[in-house]
Write a protein that binds this ligand. Structure first.
Ligand SMILES: *[C@@H]1O[C@H](CO)[C@@H](O)[C@H](O)[C@H]1NC(C)=O
Ligand SMILES: *[C@@H]1O[C@H](CO)[C@@H](O)[C@H](O)[C@H]1NC(C)=O
Ligand SMILES: *[C@@H]1O[C@H](CO)[C@@H](O)[C@H](O)[C@H]1NC(C)=O
Length: 389
């Protein structure tokens, strides 16, 4: 798995990548894991020109993904499956040397296979990761894909806590953003991220939580393939109930407003930018209301650990990887949430009604719990306890 370490070849790969499509991978075997019951083992042949793969579990033979496992290897163990049943499985391959895991960097899906999980004791296959050398903590994050209706990943992207991301999905659901037709087709991916425990001094955006750097706005995405992050922008500062005026101004040096955002720039100190490029960024979000509606995060791509690096590893070039996405994620489509009762009464002007957001969080957790999988857990936390704030 080398996609993170080949970023410096991005300009070459853009030219090379577009001319060569990655073929679809096929499941070569699938079935119970090696030990008595440790999950569903899926294997495939390596695809030339690919460096990373995504295994999807589908709702039915022609349905949507509800869970994924991604890896640079040619097999994956899906640990959350239930015994004595079968799953619809398909794969896609990522084009080597692409600048990200984003839209346009993946080949087509291979054929759908039905895979049976053996009988076995129904004891939970604990997803306890290898203990890290360094002190770390776990973050459950949700991201709504942009510029694609496929699963998207975290490097140089923003995500939120479930509450924080559902707050923005609730408040912007009526817009027709350029990245999907409408909320019906939206894709939300829930990841579990292991974060190096650090103490970052003098932050502006974090509400004093020193485990995080200042949040960056990762909306700049010129060709959708190589997202970039920049100093926390005016709108995001408003959503965080901060006063943006000391940091942001329009082309004439005047305070910005909702009407003139295209000419609005914000500045961050050199120290703040350096820390945000190394560590997970965070800001609490409010959406103009009195109570906090979760957090938003920024995930700096250069600091992302590969699947074979332990969080906190120092690299030969002197950098350190400080966060790592667990290979498995849970996937949700907008129409599934709507069918389950998602409230589509929309907010506006980046406001959100907290009762409506909490209602949508409950709908989301209901759909999550209805999946034919073991209960979702992130780290040692039982995340269901975190629904109500
Ligand atoms: C397959 O699943 C999708 C949801 O992912 C659903 O819309 C569709 O009706 C299902 N099809 C069948 C034949 O059950
Ligand atoms: C949203 O998109 C779906 C599928 O493309 C379409 O059927 C539906 O009418 C759209 N809804 C709105 C409100 O535009
Ligand atoms: C949706 O949310 C709005 C705003 O909180 C609320 O007034 C409305 O009753 C909700 N609709 C449903 C069907 O629950």
């Amino acid at each position: 798995m080398a996609w993170a370490s080949v970023l410096f070849l991005a300009s070459f790969s853009l030219a090379a990548g577009r001319s060569s499509e990655v073929p679809a991978p096929f499941v070569s075997s699938c079935g119970p894991g090696v030990r008595a019951f440790d999950g569903l083992l899926v294997q495939w042949e390596a695809i030339a020109g690919s460096d990373y793969y995504e295994v999807q579990l589908l709702t039915n033979a022609t349905g949507e993904a509800f869970a994924i496992v991604s890896t640079g290897h040619t097999s994956a163990l899906v640990q959350d499956v239930l015994p004595d049943r079968s799953y619809w499985v398909r794969l896609r391959a990522h084009r080597a040397m692409s600048p990200s895991l984003g839209p346009g960097t993946w080949g087509p899906f291979g054929q759908v296979m039905q895979c049976s999980v053996g009988r076995g004791p129904a004891s939970a296959a604990e997803q306890l990761p290898k203990p890290a050398q360094e002190k770390t903590f776990w973050l459950e994050v949700l991201r709504e894909s942009e510029y694609t209706i496929d699963v998207d990943y975290l490097g140089n992207h923003n995500s939120g806590s479930v509450l924080g991301d559902i707050a923005i999905a609730t408040s912007t659901g009526s817009m027709q953003p350029s990245f999907f037709e409408n909320f019906t087709m939206a894709t939300l991916s829930m990841f579990c991220v292991e974060v190096l425990e650090v103490k970052v001094p003098n932050t502006m955006s974090t509400g004093g939580d020193e485990r995080f750097a200042d949040y960056l706005s990762c909306n700049y995405n010129p060709d959708h393939q190589a997202p970039q992050c920049e100093c926390d922008n005016w709108i995001d500062r408003k959503i965080a109930n901060q006063d943006p005026d000391p940091y942001c101004h329009d082309a004439y040096g005047k305070p910005c407003s909702y009407d003139f955002l295209s000419k609005c720039t914000c500045s961050c100190s050199d120290q703040s930018r350096q820390m945000s490029a190394k560590y997970t960024g965070m800001m609490p979000v409010f959406f103009s209301g009195p109570s906090q509606l979760g957090n938003w995060y920024s995930h700096p791509v250069e600091a992302e650990c590969t699947e074979d690096e332990a969080v906190g590893s120092h690299r030969k070039d002197g950098s350190q990887c400080t966060w790592k996405r667990r290979p498995d994620a849970r996937i949700f489509k907008g129409f599934e949430l709507i069918e389950a009762g998602w409230n589509l009464t929309f907010g506006h002007d980046f406001k959100a009604d907290s009762a409506q957001v909490l209602q949508n969080v409950q709908t989301f957790r209901k759909v999550e719990a209805s999946r034919p999988l073991r209960p979702w857990k992130c780290g040692t936390q039982d995340t269901k306890a975190l629904v109500i704030v």
